[in-house]
Ligand binder design. Structure first.
Ligand SMILES: [Zn+2]
Length: 163
């Protein structure tokens, strides 16, 4: 039996908390990054969160898992949390929410609107060159803008790690 005044945690509550969980490598929440595939709350109040990694073998997976569990414990007092990673699907930058795109842009990280087309987040020029294939995280590439002379990062649209 639940204590009086304690209402059952809902999926919406969980999602709300997840919106406050930042990706360790990106300055946006895991919800805005589009890696939250599903949220389920069991009858006993156990929470199950299904996440899709931005690419298989991302070293941040354990960090994200811990952040999700800590946040749900702290904000909703849910201790029974299962984080499940799904490796079947394919994450791409198309899963990033509109809100997430705006936030990334304000941090100087470009999200290409279409493959092969990269826009400078500072001056919107397409006169850019790729400096290196990998940014500080595997999901990003470093570009240099020939017009405003700023280096910036761009999200890799689809991240595939070749074995
Ligand atoms: Zn520029």
């Amino acid at each position: 039996m639940s204590a009086v005044g304690v209402r059952q945690v809902t999926g919406a509550d969980v999602l709300q908390v997840l919106k406050g969980v930042e990706d360790p490598e990106m300055p946006i929440s895991i919800v805005d990054l589009g890696i939250v595939e599903g949220v389920a709350v069991g009858e006993e109040g156990a929470v199950k969160v299904t996440l899709m990694p931005t690419f298989t073998g991302c070293p941040a997976l354990e960090v994200i898992e811990k952040k999700v569990k800590d946040a749900l414990k702290e904000r909703l007092n849910v201790a029974d949390v299962e984080v499940k990673w799904t490796f079947g699907g394919e994450w791409s930058t198309e899963k990033i929410t509109a809100e997430g795109r705006v936030a990334l842009k304000s941090f100087g990280i470009a999200v290409s609107p279409e493959p092969g087309k990269v826009e400078c987040p500072y001056c919107r020029s397409h006169n850019v060159v790729r400096e290196s294939a990998f940014g500080c995280s595997l999901c990003r590439e470093i570009y240099y803008c020939n017009d405003c002379k700023n280096p910036f990062e761009s999200m890799r649209r689809l991240v595939r790690v070749e074995a």
